[in-house]
Design a binder for this molecule. Structure first.
Ligand code: SAH
Length: 477
C-alpha cells in the first residue's frame, strides 16, 4: 500500500526537512505489520514527492509466524492470508505513518521550524484506498479540512465494466495545509474510511484520537461518524470522545475568550478609572519584568489582550500565544493585526493551537509562561494534566498564574450569591484554596511560590484577583 505526499513549495526539497527523511536516501522501518519504506520518486527545486510504501507481511499480520501451519489451510485459514490488507490503504498504513513520521505529526522540525508551522501547497495521493460507504464519504471527510478531494472509484475489473465498482477508490487531495495537519488528517481518516480496525481498541484510543484531532475534529461536521468509526463503533468510548469534543467547542464560545462577565471595573484612582483587567495585565507584566524574562508564553491567551501588551514592549523578544480555541486565536491575530505587522515585528510573535491538558513540545524551553484567568476554565479533574504539561513538561523558569478570588464576589453588586463571575468558570478559589494549590504544585515540581493580590485590597475579603509567581528552584534549572 502506498501514500505519496508532494509539495510545490520552493525549494520543494524542504519536504525532506519537514518529514525528517533525507530525499537522497531510501529509508526502511520495521513496523508491526511488516516493513515501511520511505523514498522520493522526485526531489527537485520545484516539486518533491515523498512516498510511503508499506510492505505488509501477511504471515506476521495473521499472527501465524513461528506457529506450525497445516499443510493445506482450510478456507477459513486461507482468508487470513489472502485478503486485501497488503494492497489497500487502511489502518495499517495509518499506524505505519505514525511510526515513520512521528516528529512531523507533532509539527516538529529542527531544520525548518517556521516552515513546519506554515501551510504550504500539498498534494496527497492514495492510489488504492478502501472506502466504506462509497467515494462520497472520502470527499465529505476531507473537504471541510481545506482539501480539494477527488475520490475516483476503482472498477472491480477493468475488462468487465458491467461488474461495477469495487469498494476501493483512488484518492487525491490538494490544498495549502501544514504538513503536520495533513499527516494528522490522514492518520485519523484513513482507518475511518477503511472502517475495519484490525486491532483491539483500548481506552487510550480516545486520547490518541483527540490528540491527533486537536484543532480540527471538534468543529468537523462529520465528527460523529469519524469518532464512531475510529473507535470501532464502541459506544461508550465514542460517547466519551464526543463529550470531550463538545467541551472543546464550548471553550470556543466567544464569551470565554475575553474578560469576565461581571463589570469588575475598580473604583476611581487618581482620577483615572483603570479596570481590573488592565490592572491584572500590568501586574503580570511587572512579574515578567522582575523575572527578567524575554521569551514568554501566554497560555490560554484568549483574544490576545496580554499579547498586545507584550508586543508593545521590546524587552520581550519572543512571544507565543496558545489557546485550545481556534476562534480565540483568530480574534488574537486580528487584534494584533498580524497580517499587517512589519516582518521584524511579525517574527517576534507566534500563535499556536494547543490544549493545556496535553504535553506539547513546542512549549518547552521558554523563560516564562503566563496562565492569566485560565485555570478556572478547566474541570478540576483535568487540572493535574495541566500541571504536568506546564510545570512538568514545558517547564519555564517562571510561571505567573492569575485567578479570581471567590471571597471577593460578595462585593460585586448584581452577582447573585454562589454564582461565579463567568458562565464558563468551573470553579473559583478562596485565598486559602489558591494558596494550597500553589504550594502543592510548587513542591511537586520544584518551584518556589510568591503570592500577591491584584486590585483593591478589601480588609475582609482581600483583592478581586489572586496572582502567584512560581520560580524554578536554582537546583532544578
Ligand atoms: N488569558 C486570557 C483569556 C482568559 S479566558 C485573558 O486573561 O484575557 C480562558 C481562555 O483559556 C480561553 O481563551 C479558553 O479558550 C482557554 N482555555 C480553556 N481551556 C483550555 C485548555 N484546556 N487548553 C488551552 N486553553 C484553554
Amino acid at each position: 500500500m502506498l501514500l505519496t505526499l508532494s509539495t510545490t513549495h520552493r525549494p520543494a526539497t524542504d519536504l525532506g526537512h519537514l518529514l525528517i527523511k533525507h530525499p537522497d536516501r531510501a529509508h526502511a522501518f520495521d513496523v508491526p505489520a511488516g516493513t515501511a519504506h520511505v523514498f522520493y520518486p522526485e526531489a527537485g527545486e520545484e516539486r518533491c514527492t515523498a512516498a510511503l510504501l508499506l510492505d505488509v507481511d501477511p504471515l506476521r499480520l495473521s499472527g501465524a509466524r513461528g506457529r506450525k501451519q497445516a499443510a493445506t489451510p482450510d478456507s477459513f485459514n486461507l482468508g487470513r492470508y489472502v485478503n486485501d490488507r497488503p494492497y489497500a490503504a487502511s489502518s495499517l498504513l495509518s499506524s505505519a505513518l505514525s511510526r515513520v513520521y512521528r516528529s512531523a505529526l507533532r509539527g516538529e522540525s529542527r531544520e525548518r521550524p517556521e516552515l513546519a508551522r506554515t501551510p504550504i501547497p500539498l498534494e496527497v495521493r492514495v492510489p488504492v484506498l478502501r472506502c466504506r460507504g462509497g467515494a462520497d464519504v472520502a470527499v465529505r471527510l476531507f473537504t471541510p479540512l481545506g482539501w480539494t478531494a477527488t475520490a475516483t472509484p476503482i472498477p472491480l475489473d477493468e475488462r468487465h465494466p458491467e461488474w461495477g465498482d469495487s469498494r476501493y477508490v483512488d484518492l487525491t487531495l490538494t490544498g495549502t495545509v501544514r504538513v503536520a495537519d495533513a499527516l494528522n488528517h490522514l492518520y485519523v481518516l484513513l482507518p475511518v474510511l477503511d472502517d475495519a480496525k484490525h486491532y483491539w481498541v483500548a481506552p487510550d484510543e480516545v486520547d490518541k484520537l483527540l490528540r491527533a484531532g486537536a484543532g480540527w475534529l471538534a468543529d468537523h461536521p462529520e465528527r460523529g461518524l469519524i469518532t464512531r468509526r475510529y473507535l470501532a463503533h464502541r459506544r461508550t468510548l465514542a460517547g466519551l470522545a464526543l463529550a470531550r469534543l463538545a467541551e472543546q467547542r464550548l471553550a470556543d464560545e466567544p464569551a470565554a475568550a475575553d474578560a469576565d462577565t461581571v463589570d469588575d471595573t475598580g473604583p476611581a484612582e487618581d482620577g483615572i478609572r483603570r479596570s481590573l483587567a488592565v490592572r491584572r495585565r500590568e501586574a503580570v507584566l511587572a512579574a515578567l519584568t522582575e523575572a527578567g524574562a524575554s521569551r514568554v508564553l501566554d497560555l490560554g491567551c484568549g483574544g490576545g489582550a496580554l499579547l498586545a501588551a507584550l508586543v508593545g514592549d521590546r524587552r520581550f523578544t519572543e512571544i507565543v500565544g496558545s489557546d485550545v480555541s481556534a476562534h480565540a486565536l483568530t480574534l488574537a491575530a486580528r487584534r494584533l493585526r498580524l497580517d499587517r505587522l512589519p516582518e521584524r515585528q511579525r517574527n517576534r510573535i507566534r500563535l499556536l493551537q494547543s490544549a493545556l491538558t496535553y504535553r506539547d513540545d513546542r512549549l518547552r524551553g521558554y523563560d516564562a509562561a503566563v496562565l492569566m484567568e485560565v485555570v478556572e476554565h478547566l474541570d478540576p479533574p483535568r487540572l493535574p494534566a495541566l500541571e504536568d504539561a506546564v510545570f512538568g513538561h514545558a517547564r519555564p523558569h517562571t510561571v505567573v498564574v492569575t485567578t479570581p478570588n471567590v471571597e471577593y464576589n460578595v462585593r460585586y453588586e448584581g452577582l447573585p450569591a454562589g454564582r461565579f463571575r463567568h458562565a464558563d468558570h468551573r470553579f473559583e478559589w478562596t485565598r486559602a484554596e489558591f494558596a494550597a494549590w500553589t504550594s502543592r504544585v510548587g513542591s511537586t515540581y520544584g518551584y518556589t511560590v510568591a503570592l500577591r493580590g491584584v486590585g483593591d485590597d478589601d480588609p475582609e475579603v482581600g483583592t478581586p484577583t489572586q496572582l502567584a509567581v512560581f520560580n524554578l528552584a536554582e537546583a532544578d534549572r
